[in-house]
Design a protein around this ligand. Sequence first.
Ligand SMILES: *Cc1c(COP(=O)(O)O)cnc(C)c1O
Length: 409
Amino acid sequence: MKNGYFGQWGGAFIPEVLHQTFAELHKAYAAARADEKFWQEYVDLMSNYSCRPTPLTFAENLSDHLGGARIYIKREDLNHTGAHKANNVMGQGLLVKRMGKKRVIAETGAGQHGVATATMAARFGFDCTIYMGEVDVARQRPNVFWMEKLGATVVPVKDGSRTLKDAINEAFRDWVTNMDSTHYVFGTACGPAPFPEMVSWFQSIIGIEAEKQIKEQHGGLPDRVYACVGGGSNAMGIFQGFLDHNEVELVGVEAGGKGIDTEEHASRMVGDRATPGVAQGYKTMFLQDTDGQMLDTHSIAAGLDYVGVSPILADLGEKGRVRFEAATDTEVLEALKLTMRREGIIPALESSHAFVQAIKEAPTMSRDQAIIINMSGRGDKDIFTIAHAFDDPSWKEFIIGRAAEYAAK
Ligand SMILES: *Cc1c(COP(=O)(O)O)cnc(C)c1O
């Protein structure tokens, strides 16, 4: 990394007025990284508040069923708030405390990062404002409900397509106005430097634990590691435990939506829909048209439909260190069903993308080989989408019944 660049990707394309704020952030981050006590404080907080270290579960039934490699699952679903996002927000929370700021803002699409940030703000006693596209506010009501109950102010953004990218723009506007009091808690390993590196650093706790755990349980390194890729933070988190071991193959799985040959997916590294560009403060592969307007994306997993990808992953992909694949919505539902029935584990729709690719490849490997799937989060949050996709008649009856009860009141 040089000046926030990873190969040709990354950088910091920020408005003049934010230079001072970014300089302050760079300084606070560098000081925290140089201070072993900071990392220890972070590890202590996460073990006390978020069930770390999360287990590495040997999926014995799934391994037997597929008849190939031994499958291990890194259980980020057991974090507080149900996903790896807790790692990033709690880490940034500690940094905010060190910087002496009292207010945090964040963008959110599906609402998971918003809930995690609101949780962190409640715990640390910060004021909290969450920017969310108006369309997302309407379709992610349960998460909006929790953000508000946790004490955050949720601001619906009415610009553009009224989704995540518009929320990011609005959050930057807020930051420009309130930079003395406010820290912007970016949600993934994207955005202007130092966010890609800083978010990856907090998430590296996943890989540090997983490397130690697989050695203890399997007696050596895994052959392959799978992670789903939205912005890329959970993938960067687990990959960092194995990046220096070139014999470990790293596989990132993107949202193939209705198929990589259609217009309805969100794959940036697989297929030819994405092109290099600069937006939202950094350079990466974006799903954009020839005028640089962001394209509409689709995935059954709300957390994987972002238009950009971590510049660190764009670089690792270009160098061939990370292999990228895409999983379709249909494949995702099949993998989810199989994992639930064989292991009693319900992966989030996002995480199920990583399961798809692992389930495809495990049978082609031998019994003494091992793979790790990073299970970024739990699927409980997806009950509306999953029940709808499975076309469950009793669920439909339940929803209609509840709606009728409300209407009658
Ligand atoms: C947000 C989210 C993702 C996608 O984000 P990354 O930064 O790519 O990790 C994946 N899984 C779950 C469960 C999420 O909530």
